[in-house]
Design a protein around this ligand. Structure first.
Ligand code: SF4
Length: 340
């Protein structure tokens, strides 16, 4: 199943023998999607729609659209209502902050609705299968946390490029394939990190890859991240034991703060500050996707808050898969020099 960003209960899909394949930044030349979208739309949406329009989704049995932001929501309407794509489309609405008791009821209701609608196509879900999925999910989460922990402590000697190449396998690999790879990555990478400087990275996803390569070349380690498709969802406490729907719901409500879930700015700022502190970062880079509304709303206050606390900040507004312009590379280099 093709899944658009960002948060969804993948354990339910695994339990129904469905492999979620997330669609974030497929490496395509945008041509056809421009005819369906306004020019001021983020490239996550442009590239995702392009993937469908170019016929690369023929092997999929359906699409899942979480209600991440208005842009994803509108793309879901285009795909479902107007394009004549002959594939089932599923929708997952998760509540936005501030959270109340009713939000928890709503979330459980949405989980049940998703199961019921998937069962119409894929057959009944085995409740034991869901428990096993949750177990696998806990195993994946604990390995990912260990990888992040080692990096934060300076005990993972791998490049930024390699780190995110492995972390992003999570977007499409089944846990049975992912778990051994993560174990091997930890075993092979566990050594003192020799990077000279450390920064935290915030934004949507680690793209363009040229940014990671440039940081590697400058001897700068991303020591922690607040990226929507990485740390912001992978570092949530995984669903625990007991009733699976309750466990999934508890996990959702303890995710790190995020612009796409309407988290308060103060919460986001204190989360970033604690990240800087525990990973001993000397600065922060916000690598945002151009026209990403949820992030752009939070950005001015986050930048001001970090600077007010003495943390140097660099803002990069990028298009996915478009590389780094010479001007941007110079700005990154100047910023790194400033870190002392
Ligand atoms: S980049 Fe921003 S606007 Fe685009 S899909 Fe992601 S959250 Fe939505």
């Amino acid at each position: 199943m093709g899944v658009f960003p960002a948060q969804y209960p993948r354990e339910i899909l695994w339990a129904m023998n469905i492999l979620p394949v997330e669609i974030w930044d497929p490496p395509l030349e945008v041509s056809r999607s421009n005819g369906h979208l306004q020019s001021y739309i983020c490239s996550v949406v442009k590239l995702g729609l392009e993937l469908i329009l170019q016929g690369h989704c023929a092997d999929l049995d359906g699409f899942l659209f979480p209600h991440t932001c208005d842009s994803i929501q509108n793309m879901a309407s285009i795909v479902h209502d107007y394009l004549g794509v002959e594939k089932p489309c599923y929708f997952f609405y998760h509540p936005k902050a501030p959270y109340r008791d009713s939000s928890r009821k709503f979330y459980r209701h949405e989980l049940k609705e998703l199961i019921t609608s998937l069962e119409r196509q894929f057959g009944p879900m085995d409740p034991e299968g869901l428990k096993q999925s949750l177990e696998r999910s806990r195993e994946v989460a604990s390995l990912q946390k260990e990888i992040y922990r080692l990096r934060t402590k300076g005990e993972l000697g791998v490049s930024n490029a390699d780190f995110y190449r492995v972390i992003r396998l999570n977007e499409y690999l089944h846990p049975d394939d992912l778990i051994p790879l993560l174990r091997r990555f930890i075993a092979d990478g566990r050594r003192a990190d020799r990077a000279r400087k450390r920064i935290i990275l915030s934004g949507i996803l680690p793209n363009p890859p040229e940014l990671l390569a440039l940081l590697d070349g400058l001897g700068v380690r991303v020591s922690d991240d607040d990226l929507l498709n990485c740390g912001r969802r992978l570092l949530a406490p995984p669903a625990g034991q007991g009733d699976p729907l309750q466990a999934l719901s508890d996990s959702y409500f303890s995710m790190p703060p995020c612009s796409t879930r309407n988290s308060a700015i103060e919460e986001r700022l204190s989360h970033l500050m604690s990240m800087v502190g525990r990973s001993r970062a000397q600065g922060a880079i916000f690598c945002t996707v151009k026209f990403c509304e949820p992030e752009l709303f939070d950005l001015p206050q986050l930048v001001e808050g970090l600077k007010g606390n003495g943390i140097p900040v660099l803002l990069l507004d990028t298009e996915l898969n478009q590389g780094l312009s010479g001007q941007m590379s110079t700005r990154v280099e100047a910023f790194v020099e400033l870190l002392g």
